[in-house]
Design a protein around this ligand. Structure first.
Ligand SMILES: Cc1ncc(COP(=O)(O)O)c(C=O)c1O
Length: 433
Protein backbone atom coordinates (compact mmCIF):
# COMPACT_ATOMS: atom_id res chain seq x y z
CA UNK A 1 0.00 0.00 0.00
CA UNK A 2 1.41 3.41 -0.95
CA UNK A 3 1.29 6.34 1.44
CA UNK A 4 -1.20 7.98 -0.95
CA UNK A 5 -3.63 5.03 -0.84
CA UNK A 6 -3.31 4.92 2.93
CA UNK A 7 -4.12 8.65 3.15
CA UNK A 8 -7.02 8.16 0.77
CA UNK A 9 -8.51 5.54 3.09
CA UNK A 10 -8.02 7.79 6.13
CA UNK A 11 -9.59 10.72 4.27
CA UNK A 12 -12.61 8.64 3.30
CA UNK A 13 -13.10 7.67 6.95
CA UNK A 14 -12.48 11.12 8.48
CA UNK A 15 -13.47 13.78 5.94
CA UNK A 16 -16.97 14.25 4.44
CA UNK A 17 -17.52 12.93 0.91
CA UNK A 18 -18.66 16.41 -0.16
CA UNK A 19 -15.06 17.61 0.15
CA UNK A 20 -13.84 15.99 -3.03
CA UNK A 21 -10.18 15.74 -3.98
CA UNK A 22 -8.00 14.25 -6.67
CA UNK A 23 -6.08 11.83 -4.42
CA UNK A 24 -2.73 13.62 -4.78
CA UNK A 25 -1.14 14.01 -1.32
CA UNK A 26 1.53 16.67 -1.37
CA UNK A 27 4.78 16.56 0.56
CA UNK A 28 6.41 19.73 -0.85
CA UNK A 29 6.16 22.14 -3.76
CA UNK A 30 8.34 24.71 -5.52
CA UNK A 31 7.26 27.17 -8.22
CA UNK A 32 5.43 25.02 -10.79
CA UNK A 33 6.38 21.58 -9.45
CA UNK A 34 4.97 19.48 -6.64
CA UNK A 35 6.15 16.20 -5.05
CA UNK A 36 3.74 13.85 -3.33
CA UNK A 37 4.15 11.71 -0.20
CA UNK A 38 5.30 8.78 -2.36
CA UNK A 39 8.02 10.85 -4.06
CA UNK A 40 6.16 11.28 -7.36
CA UNK A 41 6.82 14.57 -9.15
CA UNK A 42 3.99 16.58 -10.75
CA UNK A 43 4.00 19.63 -12.97
CA UNK A 44 1.28 21.90 -11.64
CA UNK A 45 -1.07 23.33 -14.27
CA UNK A 46 -3.71 23.99 -11.59
CA UNK A 47 -1.82 26.40 -9.30
CA UNK A 48 -4.21 25.67 -6.43
CA UNK A 49 -7.07 26.81 -8.73
CA UNK A 50 -5.52 30.04 -10.03
CA UNK A 51 -4.03 31.01 -6.67
CA UNK A 52 -0.32 30.53 -7.30
CA UNK A 53 0.17 33.04 -10.11
CA UNK A 54 3.55 33.71 -8.49
CA UNK A 55 4.22 29.97 -8.10
CA UNK A 56 4.52 27.76 -5.03
CA UNK A 57 6.58 29.36 -2.26
CA UNK A 58 7.92 32.33 -4.17
CA UNK A 59 11.03 33.36 -2.17
CA UNK A 60 9.86 36.97 -1.84
CA UNK A 61 6.44 35.89 -0.61
CA UNK A 62 7.98 33.44 1.85
CA UNK A 63 10.37 36.07 3.17
CA UNK A 64 7.60 38.64 3.62
CA UNK A 65 5.49 36.09 5.50
CA UNK A 66 8.39 35.08 7.77
CA UNK A 67 9.16 38.72 8.56
CA UNK A 68 5.53 39.44 9.40
CA UNK A 69 5.21 36.27 11.52
CA UNK A 70 8.16 37.43 13.59
CA UNK A 71 6.28 40.66 14.45
CA UNK A 72 2.61 39.70 14.93
CA UNK A 73 0.36 37.11 13.29
CA UNK A 74 -3.11 38.42 14.20
CA UNK A 75 -4.67 41.30 16.07
CA UNK A 76 -7.96 41.73 14.14
CA UNK A 77 -7.86 44.97 12.16
CA UNK A 78 -10.92 46.24 14.07
CA UNK A 79 -9.06 45.88 17.39
CA UNK A 80 -5.46 46.91 16.62
CA UNK A 81 -4.92 48.14 13.07
CA UNK A 82 -1.71 47.95 11.04
CA UNK A 83 -0.14 50.11 8.37
CA UNK A 84 0.38 47.23 5.94
CA UNK A 85 -3.42 46.84 5.50
CA UNK A 86 -3.81 50.53 4.72
CA UNK A 87 -0.82 50.49 2.33
CA UNK A 88 -2.18 47.45 0.45
CA UNK A 89 -5.53 49.24 0.09
CA UNK A 90 -3.66 52.26 -1.29
CA UNK A 91 -1.76 50.07 -3.77
CA UNK A 92 -4.90 48.33 -5.04
CA UNK A 93 -6.83 51.61 -5.24
CA UNK A 94 -4.00 52.97 -7.40
CA UNK A 95 -3.87 50.02 -9.85
CA UNK A 96 -7.62 49.39 -10.21
CA UNK A 97 -9.20 50.93 -13.31
CA UNK A 98 -11.12 54.19 -12.91
CA UNK A 99 -10.12 57.80 -12.65
CA UNK A 100 -11.92 58.40 -9.34
CA UNK A 101 -11.32 57.98 -5.61
CA UNK A 102 -11.33 54.32 -4.55
CA UNK A 103 -11.33 52.38 -1.30
CA UNK A 104 -10.56 48.74 -0.49
CA UNK A 105 -11.83 46.35 2.18
CA UNK A 106 -10.05 43.05 2.94
CA UNK A 107 -11.66 39.69 3.70
CA UNK A 108 -10.67 36.01 3.63
CA UNK A 109 -12.15 34.18 0.65
CA UNK A 110 -13.52 34.90 -2.80
CA UNK A 111 -17.05 34.09 -1.68
CA UNK A 112 -16.73 36.51 1.23
CA UNK A 113 -15.55 39.24 -1.14
CA UNK A 114 -18.58 38.65 -3.38
CA UNK A 115 -20.95 38.65 -0.37
CA UNK A 116 -19.52 41.99 0.73
CA UNK A 117 -19.67 43.52 -2.75
CA UNK A 118 -23.39 42.68 -2.84
CA UNK A 119 -23.93 44.05 0.67
CA UNK A 120 -22.22 47.31 -0.35
CA UNK A 121 -24.21 47.58 -3.60
CA UNK A 122 -27.46 47.00 -1.70
CA UNK A 123 -26.86 49.55 1.03
CA UNK A 124 -25.65 52.08 -1.55
CA UNK A 125 -28.61 51.73 -3.91
CA UNK A 126 -31.21 50.86 -1.23
CA UNK A 127 -32.33 48.14 -3.66
CA UNK A 128 -32.20 44.37 -3.31
CA UNK A 129 -32.18 42.59 -6.67
CA UNK A 130 -28.98 41.20 -8.19
CA UNK A 131 -28.37 39.98 -11.73
CA UNK A 132 -25.79 37.28 -12.39
CA UNK A 133 -25.09 35.14 -15.47
CA UNK A 134 -25.55 31.61 -16.73
CA UNK A 135 -22.36 29.61 -16.22
CA UNK A 136 -21.05 32.09 -13.66
CA UNK A 137 -19.41 30.97 -10.43
CA UNK A 138 -19.17 33.17 -7.36
CA UNK A 139 -18.60 30.80 -4.42
CA UNK A 140 -20.10 28.23 -2.10
CA UNK A 141 -21.85 30.30 0.58
CA UNK A 142 -25.63 30.52 0.32
CA UNK A 143 -25.72 33.94 -1.38
CA UNK A 144 -22.84 33.16 -3.74
CA UNK A 145 -24.30 29.72 -4.55
CA UNK A 146 -27.48 31.56 -5.42
CA UNK A 147 -25.54 33.82 -7.76
CA UNK A 148 -23.74 30.86 -9.32
CA UNK A 149 -25.12 29.69 -12.65
CA UNK A 150 -23.93 26.07 -12.57
CA UNK A 151 -26.01 23.42 -10.79
CA UNK A 152 -23.60 20.50 -10.34
CA UNK A 153 -21.77 20.18 -8.05
CA UNK A 154 -22.44 23.58 -6.51
CA UNK A 155 -26.20 23.99 -6.10
CA UNK A 156 -27.98 20.64 -6.17
CA UNK A 157 -29.74 19.92 -2.91
CA UNK A 158 -28.45 22.99 -1.06
CA UNK A 159 -31.36 25.39 -1.58
CA UNK A 160 -33.43 27.39 -1.03
CA UNK A 161 -31.17 30.24 -2.07
CA UNK A 162 -31.64 33.90 -1.13
CA UNK A 163 -34.39 35.73 -2.99
CA UNK A 164 -34.04 38.49 -5.59
CA UNK A 165 -31.33 36.83 -7.68
CA UNK A 166 -31.90 36.73 -11.45
CA UNK A 167 -29.83 35.00 -14.10
CA UNK A 168 -29.29 36.32 -17.62
CA UNK A 169 -27.59 34.62 -20.55
CA UNK A 170 -23.79 34.99 -20.77
CA UNK A 171 -22.69 35.61 -24.38
CA UNK A 172 -20.87 32.56 -25.72
CA UNK A 173 -19.91 32.72 -29.39
CA UNK A 174 -18.86 29.05 -29.61
CA UNK A 175 -22.30 27.99 -28.37
CA UNK A 176 -24.14 30.43 -30.58
CA UNK A 177 -25.07 33.05 -27.98
CA UNK A 178 -24.18 36.41 -29.50
CA UNK A 179 -23.79 39.68 -27.64
CA UNK A 180 -27.09 40.81 -29.18
CA UNK A 181 -28.89 37.71 -27.91
CA UNK A 182 -27.42 38.10 -24.44
CA UNK A 183 -28.51 41.74 -24.36
CA UNK A 184 -31.97 40.73 -25.56
CA UNK A 185 -32.10 38.27 -22.65
CA UNK A 186 -31.34 41.08 -20.20
CA UNK A 187 -34.09 43.11 -21.82
CA UNK A 188 -36.45 40.17 -21.35
CA UNK A 189 -35.46 40.04 -17.67
CA UNK A 190 -36.10 43.76 -17.23
CA UNK A 191 -39.52 43.48 -18.83
CA UNK A 192 -40.63 40.10 -17.55
CA UNK A 193 -39.01 39.52 -14.17
CA UNK A 194 -37.44 42.50 -12.46
CA UNK A 195 -37.74 46.25 -12.79
CA UNK A 196 -34.26 47.69 -13.47
CA UNK A 197 -34.93 50.35 -10.82
CA UNK A 198 -35.09 47.52 -8.24
CA UNK A 199 -31.68 46.13 -9.25
CA UNK A 200 -28.78 46.87 -6.90
CA UNK A 201 -26.02 45.15 -8.87
CA UNK A 202 -25.03 43.26 -11.97
CA UNK A 203 -22.17 40.88 -11.19
CA UNK A 204 -20.09 39.33 -13.94
CA UNK A 205 -16.83 37.47 -14.37
CA UNK A 206 -15.26 39.19 -17.41
CA UNK A 207 -13.69 35.79 -18.11
CA UNK A 208 -15.77 33.01 -16.59
CA UNK A 209 -13.64 30.58 -14.59
CA UNK A 210 -15.57 27.50 -13.44
CA UNK A 211 -18.05 28.10 -16.28
CA UNK A 212 -15.43 27.22 -18.90
CA UNK A 213 -13.09 30.18 -19.52
CA UNK A 214 -15.70 32.02 -21.55
CA UNK A 215 -14.56 35.51 -22.43
CA UNK A 216 -17.22 38.24 -22.31
CA UNK A 217 -16.94 40.33 -25.50
CA UNK A 218 -15.86 43.93 -24.89
CA UNK A 219 -19.04 45.23 -26.53
CA UNK A 220 -21.14 43.23 -24.06
CA UNK A 221 -19.26 44.65 -21.08
CA UNK A 222 -19.62 48.15 -22.56
CA UNK A 223 -23.38 47.60 -22.93
CA UNK A 224 -23.61 46.44 -19.31
CA UNK A 225 -21.78 49.58 -18.22
CA UNK A 226 -24.28 51.67 -20.16
CA UNK A 227 -27.29 49.83 -18.67
CA UNK A 228 -25.87 50.26 -15.17
CA UNK A 229 -25.34 53.99 -15.75
CA UNK A 230 -28.81 54.37 -17.18
CA UNK A 231 -30.56 52.62 -14.28
CA UNK A 232 -28.27 53.47 -11.34
CA UNK A 233 -27.09 49.85 -10.98
CA UNK A 234 -23.68 48.96 -9.45
CA UNK A 235 -21.48 47.01 -11.89
CA UNK A 236 -19.37 44.39 -10.09
CA UNK A 237 -16.49 42.62 -11.84
CA UNK A 238 -15.72 39.33 -10.12
CA UNK A 239 -11.97 39.06 -10.68
CA UNK A 240 -11.42 36.29 -8.14
CA UNK A 241 -10.15 33.86 -10.80
CA UNK A 242 -9.22 36.18 -13.69
CA UNK A 243 -7.47 38.89 -11.69
CA UNK A 244 -3.94 39.53 -10.38
CA UNK A 245 -2.04 39.30 -13.67
CA UNK A 246 -3.55 35.97 -14.78
CA UNK A 247 -4.75 37.33 -18.12
CA UNK A 248 -1.78 39.62 -18.77
CA UNK A 249 -3.33 42.61 -16.99
CA UNK A 250 -3.96 43.16 -13.30
CA UNK A 251 -7.72 42.74 -13.86
CA UNK A 252 -9.24 40.87 -16.77
CA UNK A 253 -11.88 43.58 -17.35
CA UNK A 254 -9.07 45.95 -18.37
CA UNK A 255 -8.92 44.16 -21.75
CA UNK A 256 -12.32 45.70 -22.53
CA UNK A 257 -11.57 49.22 -21.30
CA UNK A 258 -14.74 49.06 -19.18
CA UNK A 259 -14.50 50.50 -15.67
CA UNK A 260 -16.59 48.61 -13.08
CA UNK A 261 -17.83 50.19 -9.85
CA UNK A 262 -16.62 47.35 -7.63
CA UNK A 263 -14.03 44.61 -8.15
CA UNK A 264 -13.74 41.43 -6.11
CA UNK A 265 -10.29 39.86 -5.75
CA UNK A 266 -8.93 36.82 -3.91
CA UNK A 267 -6.91 33.75 -5.02
CA UNK A 268 -3.74 35.19 -6.67
CA UNK A 269 -3.69 38.23 -4.38
CA UNK A 270 -2.36 36.29 -1.37
CA UNK A 271 0.15 34.16 -3.28
CA UNK A 272 -1.04 31.06 -1.41
CA UNK A 273 -2.24 32.75 1.80
CA UNK A 274 -5.96 33.39 2.34
CA UNK A 275 -6.82 36.98 1.47
CA UNK A 276 -9.58 38.62 -0.53
CA UNK A 277 -10.86 42.10 -1.07
CA UNK A 278 -13.42 44.45 -2.55
CA UNK A 279 -11.99 47.44 -4.38
CA UNK A 280 -14.34 50.18 -5.54
CA UNK A 281 -15.57 53.69 -5.98
CA UNK A 282 -15.13 55.50 -2.65
CA UNK A 283 -18.63 56.99 -2.90
CA UNK A 284 -20.11 53.46 -3.06
CA UNK A 285 -17.66 51.77 -0.67
CA UNK A 286 -18.41 54.39 2.01
CA UNK A 287 -22.16 53.68 1.98
CA UNK A 288 -22.03 51.15 4.82
CA UNK A 289 -22.12 52.38 8.43
CA UNK A 290 -19.15 51.74 10.77
CA UNK A 291 -19.14 48.12 11.89
CA UNK A 292 -21.23 47.00 8.91
CA UNK A 293 -18.26 45.50 7.06
CA UNK A 294 -15.31 43.35 8.10
CA UNK A 295 -14.74 40.26 10.22
CA UNK A 296 -12.34 38.66 12.68
CA UNK A 297 -9.69 37.56 10.18
CA UNK A 298 -10.34 39.88 7.23
CA UNK A 299 -7.04 41.34 6.06
CA UNK A 300 -4.98 39.07 8.29
CA UNK A 301 -1.43 40.53 8.56
CA UNK A 302 0.24 37.39 7.13
CA UNK A 303 -1.99 37.43 4.03
CA UNK A 304 -1.46 41.19 3.65
CA UNK A 305 2.34 40.78 3.83
CA UNK A 306 2.17 38.02 1.21
CA UNK A 307 0.03 40.24 -1.06
CA UNK A 308 2.54 43.09 -0.92
CA UNK A 309 5.21 40.63 -2.04
CA UNK A 310 2.92 39.31 -4.82
CA UNK A 311 2.43 42.83 -6.19
CA UNK A 312 6.21 43.42 -5.98
CA UNK A 313 6.90 40.17 -7.87
CA UNK A 314 4.36 41.00 -10.60
CA UNK A 315 6.24 44.24 -11.13
CA UNK A 316 9.80 42.94 -10.75
CA UNK A 317 9.30 39.88 -12.97
CA UNK A 318 6.95 41.59 -15.43
CA UNK A 319 4.32 38.92 -14.97
CA UNK A 320 1.88 40.71 -17.28
CA UNK A 321 4.19 40.03 -20.22
CA UNK A 322 5.00 36.57 -18.91
CA UNK A 323 1.27 35.70 -18.65
CA UNK A 324 0.84 36.68 -22.28
CA UNK A 325 3.86 34.66 -23.44
CA UNK A 326 2.98 31.51 -21.47
CA UNK A 327 -0.60 31.73 -22.78
CA UNK A 328 0.56 32.17 -26.38
CA UNK A 329 2.71 29.05 -26.08
CA UNK A 330 -0.19 27.07 -24.63
CA UNK A 331 -2.56 28.29 -27.29
CA UNK A 332 -0.27 27.51 -30.22
CA UNK A 333 0.39 23.97 -28.92
CA UNK A 334 -3.33 23.41 -28.40
CA UNK A 335 -4.26 24.76 -31.82
CA UNK A 336 -1.73 22.40 -33.42
CA UNK A 337 -3.20 19.50 -31.42
CA UNK A 338 -6.73 20.53 -32.43
CA UNK A 339 -5.78 20.23 -36.09
CA UNK A 340 -5.05 16.54 -35.46
CA UNK A 341 -7.61 15.67 -32.76
CA UNK A 342 -11.28 16.26 -33.67
CA UNK A 343 -12.31 15.92 -30.01
CA UNK A 344 -10.96 19.43 -29.38
CA UNK A 345 -13.85 21.64 -30.43
CA UNK A 346 -12.58 25.01 -29.25
CA UNK A 347 -9.46 26.64 -27.81
CA UNK A 348 -10.08 29.91 -25.96
CA UNK A 349 -9.08 32.30 -23.20
CA UNK A 350 -6.89 35.34 -22.63
CA UNK A 351 -3.33 35.56 -21.32
CA UNK A 352 -2.53 32.52 -19.19
CA UNK A 353 -6.19 31.65 -18.70
CA UNK A 354 -6.40 29.17 -21.58
CA UNK A 355 -8.82 26.26 -21.99
CA UNK A 356 -10.02 23.78 -24.58
CA UNK A 357 -13.48 22.30 -24.92
CA UNK A 358 -13.99 18.60 -25.69
CA UNK A 359 -16.84 17.50 -27.92
CA UNK A 360 -18.13 14.23 -29.38
CA UNK A 361 -18.82 15.94 -32.68
CA UNK A 362 -17.56 19.28 -33.92
CA UNK A 363 -20.85 20.03 -35.67
CA UNK A 364 -23.28 19.22 -32.85
CA UNK A 365 -20.77 20.30 -30.17
CA UNK A 366 -22.15 17.56 -27.91
CA UNK A 367 -20.06 17.75 -24.71
CA UNK A 368 -17.59 14.91 -24.06
CA UNK A 369 -17.23 14.81 -20.28
CA UNK A 370 -15.89 11.23 -20.40
CA UNK A 371 -13.00 12.22 -22.69
CA UNK A 372 -12.30 15.20 -20.42
CA UNK A 373 -12.11 12.98 -17.34
CA UNK A 374 -9.89 10.52 -19.20
CA UNK A 375 -7.46 13.30 -20.26
CA UNK A 376 -7.18 14.44 -16.64
CA UNK A 377 -6.52 10.86 -15.49
CA UNK A 378 -3.94 10.22 -18.21
CA UNK A 379 -2.18 13.47 -17.36
CA UNK A 380 -2.09 12.67 -13.66
CA UNK A 381 -0.55 9.25 -14.36
CA UNK A 382 2.14 11.00 -16.40
CA UNK A 383 2.81 13.64 -13.71
CA UNK A 384 0.75 16.62 -14.84
CA UNK A 385 -1.99 18.20 -12.71
CA UNK A 386 -4.92 19.50 -14.76
CA UNK A 387 -8.37 20.81 -13.88
CA UNK A 388 -11.63 20.62 -15.76
CA UNK A 389 -14.39 23.22 -15.80
CA UNK A 390 -17.48 24.11 -17.84
CA UNK A 391 -21.16 23.69 -17.08
CA UNK A 392 -21.02 20.26 -18.79
CA UNK A 393 -17.60 19.34 -17.27
CA UNK A 394 -16.08 19.10 -20.75
CA UNK A 395 -13.48 21.86 -20.67
CA UNK A 396 -9.84 21.49 -19.60
CA UNK A 397 -8.30 24.67 -18.19
CA UNK A 398 -4.63 25.45 -18.02
CA UNK A 399 -3.63 27.58 -15.04
CA UNK A 400 0.12 27.18 -14.70
CA UNK A 401 1.94 29.58 -12.40
CA UNK A 402 2.99 32.64 -14.43
CA UNK A 403 6.49 32.09 -13.07
CA UNK A 404 6.77 28.62 -14.67
CA UNK A 405 10.18 28.01 -16.25
CA UNK A 406 10.16 27.55 -20.05
CA UNK A 407 11.54 24.00 -19.83
CA UNK A 408 8.88 22.93 -17.30
CA UNK A 409 6.15 24.56 -19.41
CA UNK A 410 7.29 22.62 -22.50
CA UNK A 411 7.52 19.39 -20.51
CA UNK A 412 3.99 19.98 -19.20
CA UNK A 413 2.68 20.65 -22.70
CA UNK A 414 4.40 17.47 -23.98
CA UNK A 415 2.64 15.49 -21.25
CA UNK A 416 -0.62 17.19 -22.15
CA UNK A 417 -0.20 16.18 -25.81
CA UNK A 418 0.62 12.57 -24.87
CA UNK A 419 -2.40 12.46 -22.53
CA UNK A 420 -4.71 13.83 -25.23
CA UNK A 421 -3.60 11.18 -27.72
CA UNK A 422 -3.83 8.39 -25.13
CA UNK A 423 -7.31 9.45 -23.98
CA UNK A 424 -8.48 9.79 -27.59
CA UNK A 425 -7.24 6.26 -28.33
CA UNK A 426 -4.90 7.64 -30.96
CA UNK A 427 -1.20 7.36 -31.65
CA UNK A 428 0.57 10.70 -31.94
CA UNK A 429 0.42 10.86 -35.75
CA UNK A 430 3.23 13.34 -35.97
CA UNK A 431 5.27 15.53 -33.70
CA UNK A 432 2.99 18.36 -32.65
CA UNK A 433 5.22 21.40 -32.14
C1 LIG B 1 -14.92 33.96 -10.09
C2 LIG B 1 -14.93 33.37 -8.71
N1 LIG B 1 -15.59 34.01 -7.74
C3 LIG B 1 -15.63 33.54 -6.48
C4 LIG B 1 -14.99 32.36 -6.15
C5 LIG B 1 -15.05 31.84 -4.75
O1 LIG B 1 -13.81 31.95 -4.14
P1 LIG B 1 -13.47 31.12 -2.83
O2 LIG B 1 -13.40 29.69 -3.22
O3 LIG B 1 -12.15 31.69 -2.36
O4 LIG B 1 -14.56 31.41 -1.85
C6 LIG B 1 -14.28 31.66 -7.13
C7 LIG B 1 -13.60 30.39 -6.81
O5 LIG B 1 -13.22 29.62 -7.65
C8 LIG B 1 -14.25 32.18 -8.45
O6 LIG B 1 -13.60 31.54 -9.42
Amino acid sequence: MTKSTELRARQTAAVPAGVSSKGIYVARAENSELWDVDGRRFIDFAAGIAVLNTGHRHPRVMEAVAQQAALFAHTCFHVASYESYIRLAERLNAVAPGDFAKKTLFLNSGAEAVENAIKIARIHTKRSAVIAFSGGFHGRTLLTMGLTGKVMPYKRGFGPFPAEIYHAEFPHAYHGVSTEQALADLDRLFHGDVDPTAVAAIIIEPVQGEGGFNVAPAEFLRALRQLCDEHGIVLIADEVQGGIARTGKMFSIEHSGVVPDLITVAKGLGGGFPLSGVIGRASIMDSAHPGGLGGTYGGNPIGIAAAHAVLDVIDAEDLFARATRVGQRMRSRLEALASDLPGIGDVRGIGSMIAFELVKDRKTKEPDAALTASILAQAEQRGLILLSCGVSANVVRLLAPLTIQDAVLEEGLDILAASLYAASGREAARAVA
